[in-house]
Ligand binder design. Structure first.
Ligand code: F6R
Length: 616
């Protein structure tokens, strides 16, 4: 969601700020802005609805000269995406500027309070109140002390925030504050930096300081960073993380778009994740931070996630229940957080699955589970993310930066991580002999090559995509684990091509969705060789009997399916039918991408969506 960049140092700020915003575009946004402290001692800025490219154009004529500045990409929550609602927001004097990620829940009361006090607020946002609260503190109890003024202001806030603040009367200084929304800062010989995630910092440093909730930081032009707790006391040793992503990992590297690049990266990502996981004593998953005895006593698993990661949890449920024979409950984090009847036992293991590690609903769910006494394990991609830091154990899926808003490589890597967890649990629970664990691990190790094979067949997806060019809706069908593949295929298609798509377990089609079918209606059926193959073929017959057009994901050599459908997206034989979703989904990722390109959509930055959903 919203992105923050800040810089104070010896170089001109604008170049880094705009480059930083470009690296944050993947988070999803609808407007952008920048403020720089000019050599004339005043704040100058540009902000506008639309893309960072528009902001860059406007900055070219604005001549923003100065070595201290803050910048922001906004994903609208309170107030439409307009120039006026874009950040930075200023106080009445125009000498304080603020960029904010998160939501100020009591902004209405604060707004009324500030207006009663004579402040003029010009936007519809919740964020603007912060600039005016700082203005009051600066004029009163915290005169001349920007850290104090920000600390005074945030005391009045309810909700979540990551803030970067500049003040024309505190030259060379940026003050940051964090509560709920992530914020990282860095100190270098060239100056000090702030950002909402590590991506903009990867080009300038490999060491960043992750601010904790309640902390503030002062960034000074010489590069010094001082961290304070909520009471204003200096914090000696802030937690630092090393960025192991080189800046080029987040560049296109010759691919047409990040989605294409990230689809192609899946085999290597899975190889990295699997490497060295079979030790002398079985599956090595030390990150779990649980002893064999503790794992043996787990009597229930709660899997919590959102979106694509929730689809991973559905696959994980089948793997854990089938291999480890431990009952599993899956829930959307946003639902779990408000459910009364949470079925937690003293030996429940909580597992959150989150690519970004910053999804607000998922973090709230993890805290709720921990509050109930559960150990919580995170499967995540982002090093040092809040999910990683707040969980009892963390398995990094090591997929590398995922820039395209639509998740691809994190999805398949998270499924493989879930399979490792299921194997480890199966061993600990005494449900699987060593030889079987090794065999199943061997099956997992074959997946990268199977995905390579699917990727080499992307021409099949390109051809099938033509069917969706002018469609208004599509139906995805699958059974068993591939009912989830259908869900994920439909989600990928709708989010990047804006084509309505719905997924159903194939056997459920006759209970309602079949009414949608008419000549030409596109249906995607996932029908690999498995024990429900023939049942799904019958559903395909029902589809075709109504004139709908069917694209099938089928296993090499399946002539029965090929003779029925318009297009086949062929997958090679997968050694275990429970692992088919990890291979089959790659076709659906490529199909969605080709459809989106045909329909003229920006595959990497779909409208309204954010990569990192940091509000509930
Ligand atoms: C869809 C997609 C989203 C995310 C969801 C959760 O392609 O990427 O549905 O899966 O927003 O995000 P994470 O996994 O970061 O918690």
């Amino acid at each position: 969601m919203c992105g923050i960049v800040g810089y104070t140092g010896s170089s001109q700020a604008i170049g880094y700020l705009l480059e930083g915003l470009k690296t944050l575009e993947y988070r999803g946004y609808d407007s952008a802005g920048v403020a720089v402290l000019g050599t004339d001692g005043a704040l100058h800025g540009v902000k506008c609805a639309g893309r960072v490219a528009t902001l860059v154009e406007r900055c070219e004529t604005a001549n923003l000269v100065g070595t201290t500045g803050i910048a922001h990409t906004r994903w609208a929550t309170h107030g439409a995406p307009t120039d006026r609602n874009s950040h930075p927001h200023r106080d009445c004097s125009g000498r304080i500027a603020v960029v904010h990620n998160g939501i100020i829940e009591n902004y209405r009361e604060l707004r009324a309070y500030l207006q009663r006090g004579g402040h003029t607020l010009v936007s519809e946002t919740d964020s603007e109140v912060i600039a005016h609260l700082i203005e009051d503190a600066w004029a009163g109890p915290s005169a001349g002390n920007l850290v104090g003024a920000v600390r005074n202001a945030v005391r009045r806030l309810e909700g979540s925030w990551a803030l970067a603040v500049v003040c024309a009367d505190a030259p060379g200084e940026i003050v940051c504050a964090r509560n709920g929304s992530p914020l990282v800062v860095a100190s270098t010989s060239e100056g000090a930096y702030a950002a909402s995630d590590v991506t903009p910092l990867a080009s300038v440093t490999s060491h960043v300081i992750q601010l904790e909730n309640g902390q503030l930081a002062r960034l000074e032009r010489g590069g010094r960073v001082t961290v304070f707790d909520a009471e204003g006391a200096e914090v000696d040793v802030p937690s630092t993380i090393d960025i192991d992503w080189d800046a080029s990992a987040a560049t296109l590297g010759g691919y047409a778009d990040f989605m294409a690049k990230e689809i192609a990266e899946q085999p290597e990502a899975i190889e990295r994740l699997l490497s060295g996981r079979m030790g002398a004593h079985g599956v090595t998953l030390d990150e779990l931070s649980m002893t064999g005895d503790e794992l043996a006593s787990v009597d229930r698993v709660y899997l919590i996630a959102c979106g694509t990661s929730y689809h991973v949890s559905l696959i994980a449920r089948t793997l854990i229940q089938t291999w480890a024979k431990v009952p599993v409950i899956c829930d959307y984090a946003s639902e779990f957080n408000y459910e009364n009847d949470v079925l937690v036992t003293p030996h429940t293991l909580g597992v959150i699955i989150t690519q970004s590690g910053e999804t607000a609903d998922t973090l709230t769910a993890a805290r709720r589970l921990k509050g109930m006494g559960c150990k919580v394990f995170a499967i995540t991609n982002v090093l040092g993310s809040t999910a990683a830091r707040e969980s009892d154990g963390v398995l990094y899926v090591q997929a590398g930066p995922e820039v395209c808003v639509a998740s691809t490589k994190a999805y398949t890597a998270q499924m493989v991580a879930s399979a490792l967890l299921a194997l480890r649990l199966a061993e600990a629970q005494g449900q699987m002999e060593r030889a079987e664990v090794e065999r199943r691990y061997g099956d997992l190790c074959r997946i990268p090559d199977l995905i390579r094979e699917v990727i080499s067949r992307s021409w099949q997806d390109k051809r099938a995509a033509q069917l969706f060019r002018r469609a208004h809706s599509a139906l995805f069908l699958g059974r068993g684990v591939n009912a989830t593949t259908a869900l994920e295929g439909a989600l990928k298609l709708k989010e990047i091509s804006y084509l309505h798509a719905e997924a159903y377990p194939a056997g459920e089609m006759k209970h309602g969705p079949i009414a949608l079918l008419e000549p030409g209606f596109p249906v995607v059926a996932i029908v690999p060789e498995d024990r429900v193959h023939d049942k799904t073929v019958s559903n395909i017959q029902e589809v075709i009997a109504r004139g709908a057009v069917c694209v099938a994901v089928a296993t090499d050599g399946d002539e029965a399916v090929a003779s029925l459908v318009e297009h086949v997206l062929w997958i090679p034989h997968v050694p275990d039918e429970l692992l088919v979703p990890i291979v089959a989904v790659v076709h659906l990722q490529m199909l969605a991408r080709h459809v989106a390109l045909l329909r003229g959509c920006d595959v990497d930055k779909p409208r309204n969506l954010a990569k990192s959903v940091t509000v509930e």
